[in-house]
Design a protein around this ligand. Structure first.
Ligand SMILES: Nc1nc2c(ncn2[C@@H]2O[C@H](COP(=O)(O)OP(=O)(O)OP(=O)(O)O)[C@@H](O)[C@H]2O)c(=O)[nH]1
Ligand SMILES: [Mg+2]
Length: 208
């Protein structure tokens, strides 16, 4: 199996069941990164969409981190990712997406640049209560020229028009922005489909 950043297959062909074995015919591995601030729902998204039981690196949060980690809005959170989440989704008989969920705490952000290397694209998850937490991810993706979409993970907070979120993030009009519920497989899958479509458009337009 080899990595490639060539045009992905049609996203309409997304298939796979929670226990689907990797087909022998799979020959194209595509890497997708899921990034965003602390507690925004990255691990949740990889878990809900992966067709294999995802590999996670969750550690229990201790009192020592209470002064450092901003738990506003996710007060019930008691674990955090300390390396990566890893999941898989089969696109068709030859192509497989590998999902890498990033660690969200600022002290691990130095790992992100490596994560973006060779990635087909990335999903940036945002929580509108802490919008500023995703600025660094967007900066790094733009600097590396990695295609990305932005997904507003809905925590039931005040309703914000997507256009307001776009302008608060100073997001280029060409970057897809949508709402999602990372806990819902269908919703998480829709985000990946938007990303695949976005990459296809960039490839077609010769911008990738
Ligand atoms: N209401 C709501 N809660 C969510 C949603 N997505 C995730 N959560 C909850 O938010 C909390 C944090 O989710 P995680 O998936 O651990 O967040 P993370 O971004 O991986 O966190 P770190 O790895 O620590 O940065 C968990 O308690 C989830 O159940 C969502 O779409 N809606
Ligand atoms: Mg996590």
């Amino acid at each position: 199996m080899h990595s490639t950043t060539s045009e992905p297959p049609s996203p309409a062909t997304v298939v796979g069941t929670p226990t689907a074995p990797l087909p022998d015919s799979a020959s194209q591995a595509l890497k997708i990164a899921v990034v965003g601030g602390f507690g925004v729902g990255k691990t949740t998204m990889v878990r809900s969409v992966s067709e294999i039981r995802p590999l996670t690196t969750e550690e229990t949060m201790t009192r020592a981190g209470a002064e450092i980690d901003d738990l506003r809005g996710v007060e019930g959170k008691n674990t955090t990712t300390v390396a990566f989440d890893f999941g898989r989704i089969t696109l068709d008989s030859t192509s497989v997406l590998y999902l890498f969920g990033a660690p969200g705490q600022q002290r691990f952000w130095f790992l992100w640049d490596r994560l973006f290397t060779g990635a087909l694209g990335a999903v940036v998850l945002v929580d509108t209560r802490r919008l500023e937490d995703c600025f660094y991810a967007i900066d790094r993706l733009e600097a590396q020229g990695t295609p990305f979409v932005v997904a507003h993970n809905d925590f039931g907070e005040a309703d914000h028009a997507l256009e307001d979120v776009r302008s608060a993030l100073d997001l280029d009009p060409s970057v897809p922005l949508m709402r999602c519920d990372a806990r819902e497989r269908g919703s998480a899958k829709d985000v990946l489909i938007r990303l695949a479509e976005h990459v296809r458009t960039l490839v077609r337009e010769g911008r990738r």
